[in-house]
Design a protein around this ligand. Structure first.
Ligand code: NI
Length: 159
């Protein structure tokens, strides 16, 4: 495993649309391991492949509750309710901002064995899924932050 360089806001790769993964390969397995390592090292709860410069529809999430998620070709099937709170991103270090997200989402994805599964999440997990899936379409939370970005050197969770 190896740490990967996290791309930051302003890098064009973060604004591109990622492509679906058709089959698991040793290279993608290694990418998944590296993404977890990179995310944990940076104290994040989620990381999307474009954030490490790979335009593939793959995200990893670990909110600290339940088991870590590998989401390949994720699709959000249902959203409901609403939550408004601070959100950060490993590609926008040292900042956070208020974003309104659904309080519940149901999503379909494939795991590291390309087995399709359904995940339901509320609160932080719902927020993380929405945030990471946005990355696959080149969207960043700074595009819809409410009231501007604030400095957070005091350690908000970053996604
Ligand atoms: Ni992010």
């Amino acid at each position: 495993m190896a740490l990967r360089n996290i791309r930051e806001l302003g890098d064009d790769v973060l604004r591109k649309k990622s492509r679906e993964i058709q089959e698991m390969t040793p290279k993608i397995k290694e990418l998944i391991e590296d993404m977890f390592e990179t995310m944990y090292e940076a104290d994040g709860v989620g990381l999307a492949a474009p954030q490490v410069g790979v335009l593939k529809r793959l995200v990893v999430i670990d909110t600290g509750e339940g088991k870590p998620l590998v989401m390949i070709n994720p699709e959000i099937l249902e959203r409901s309710g609403s939550q408004t709170g601070y959100e950060g991103c490993l590609s926008v270090p040292g900042k956070s901002g208020i974003v309104t997200r659904p309080n519940y989402v149901k999503a379909r994805a494939k795991d590291e064995n390309m087995k399709t599964y359904i995940v339901e999440g509320t609160e932080l997990l719902a927020r993380a899924i929405c945030h990471e899936v946005d990355h696959l379409d080149g969207k960043m939370y700074v595009d819809f932050v409410e009231g501007g970005l604030v400095d957070t050197s005091n350690g908000e969770d970053e996604e």
